[in-house]
Design a protein around this ligand. Structure first.
Ligand code: SF4
Ligand code: SF4
Length: 465
């Protein structure tokens, strides 16, 4: 006799091999469990109730994992759209691993009057919205945005006024290299809600990666910026680019940065190799070492109440994307162009993507191709690489230009390996089996079995259980 298995859940259930056990993850109910082989076999039978007869216990467990009352369903965690403003693409230092060619970019500064109509349009539309998050979110990015301090100040003042006029909140974020003088530090502390400062390691590492144009290091000045900013009641995040040389130092950096700077968060990111980075002898870290370093760093930082962040491996979700692309975010360039991604257009066009959305023209008219914006968001779900990955509702494709562009290989790349390992370990920590996560990470065969498995869907295992 077959039992009826109601399926109200649009999400997959995933099962990951974990030495002699299995980690089961159900994104729809946001639940995870560790189980043995026979329990997983019983669970898999629930997928084919017409052919097999699942036990009542298995059925109950399956339903608990997959069916939540609508009001108990885990909320989707899709990020709110942002207005990303690049006041300049130029930079005041010469990082060897820069991804944007900022050191050579001309010092073109955004005329703030170009930003105003776009800000007004976004604030007005938020003001008309019924419910939802009615916050005008502005993120300043570069180049180095602080190089264009006058433009920045004018834009922030205008955005505050526009938000007031339309009855919405305004929130500002800014990513900086931290090489800035007193006036800029004061402005950041007083006006910006979240400041992200790049700090790539100890003095020697940071100075080698982020020198001034004359070759002198920048660590001392960046550290002073961080100390000054910490005196303000802002959210302060450090962003650390990890290379093959610094990967083993991640736990030490978590301890030092937490103790010395008391940031709210430290975001560790593996180096994206550029020609400049390779010329400087820097390479992406081994993804297994990165995952081990990350989990160790997270445990150390937690003792200081500091969050450790990995964008694609955050346990928030389900979500359709972990990057700004696909959230409806608009990115304004110094020349008035509006795009969906902050990378140079040549980069996305070479991957077969068209991410330009419009512009603010000389008369101040704002043109945004809303159809293309919607098309970009809906196209992100079609990534063959991610279709069978248990991170498809958390990482959800990582960087859609560099990692999962159209036609990308179905095999996981190194970033996938790190994301999969960190996500699995974090799930294990949340269900109280963190020591099993550490065992898995330190066993090369166990880590590879989990990281490289091509199809995590429970239904794919049903055939072999
Ligand atoms: S396959 Fe890679 S990019 Fe896609 S969801 Fe998994 S980890 Fe992310
Ligand atoms: S596609 Fe990649 S570079 Fe573009 S916004 Fe997303 S993460 Fe950033």
């Amino acid at each position: 006799m077959s039992r009826r298995v109601p399926r109200a859940d649009p999400y997959e259930v995933f099962a990951l091999p974990l030495q002699d056990r299995w980690l089961v993850f159900a994104p729809g109910t946001w639940s995870a469990a560790l189980m043995n082989h026979s329990a997983l076999g019983a669970l898999a039978e629930c997928l084919e109730p017409d052919h097999r007869a699942p036990s009542l216990e298995a059925l109950e467990l399956f339903q608990a994992l997959t069916i939540a009352a609508p009001d108990a369903r885990h909320a989707r965690a899709d990020a709110s759209p942002k207005l990303v403003i690049m006041p300049t693409r130029a930079c005041n230092i010469a990082c060897v691993h820069c991804d944007f060619g900022a050191a050579d970019a001309p010092l073109t500064v955004l005329d703030p009057r170009v930003a105003y109509p776009l800000i007004d349009r976004v604030a007005a539309s938020l003001g008309r919205a019924r419910g939802g998050d009615r916050t005008l979110r502005v993120h300043f990015f570069g180049g180095e945005p602080v190089v264009a301090l006058r433009s920045l100040k004018a834009i922030v003042a205008h955005a505050r006024a526009a938000a007031r006029r339309h009855g919405v909140r305004a929130r500002f974020e800014l990513t900086t290299n931290g090489v800035c003088g007193e006036a800029a530090r004061r402005f950041l502390g007083e006006e910006i809600d979240t400041v992200v400062v790049s700090l790539d390691g100890d003095e020697a590492t940071h100075d080698a990666m982020r020198p001034r144009r004359d070759g002198r290091g920048t660590f001392a000045e960046v550290a002073e910026t961080i100390r000054v900013l910490r005196r303000y009641p802002i959210e302060l995040c450090l962003r650390t680019c990890v290379t093959d040389r610094s990967v083993e130092a991640m736990p030490m950096l978590a301890e030092r940065f937490s103790a010395e700077f008391s940031p709210d968060a430290i975001a560790f990111e593996p180096l994206a190799e550029t020609d400049g980075a390779r010329a400087a002898g820097l390479h992406a870290p081994d993804p297994y070492a990165f995952a081990r370093g990350f989990m160790a760093a997270e445990a150390i930082a937690a003792e200081h109440e500091v969050r450790v962040v990995s964008g694609p491996a955050e346990l928030v979700g389900p979500r359709a994307t972990s990057c700004p692309l696909g959230t409806g975010s608009l990115m304004l360039w110094p020349d008035g162009a509006i795009t969906a991604c902050y990378l140079d257009p040549g980069r996305w066009r070479s991957r077969g993507l068209e991410l330009s959305l419009g512009r603010v023209d000389a008369s101040g008219a704002v043109r945004v191709n809303s159809e293309r914006l919607a098309r970009i968001a809906s196209s992100l779900a079609d990534t063959p690489r991610c279709a069978r990955c248990f991170c498809r509702y958390t990482c959800a494709g990582g960087c859609h230009v560099e990692q999962t562009p159209p036609g990308c290989a179905p095999e996981y790349d190194d970033r996938c390996v790190a994301t999969r390992l960190i996500t699995a370990c974090r799930l294990m920590v949340t269900i109280g089996v963190g020591s099993e996560a550490a065992d898995m990470l330190f066993s090369a065969s166990a880590a590879e079995a989990l990281a490289l498995h091509a199809d995590d869907r429970l239904r794919s295992w049903a055939k072999v259980l």
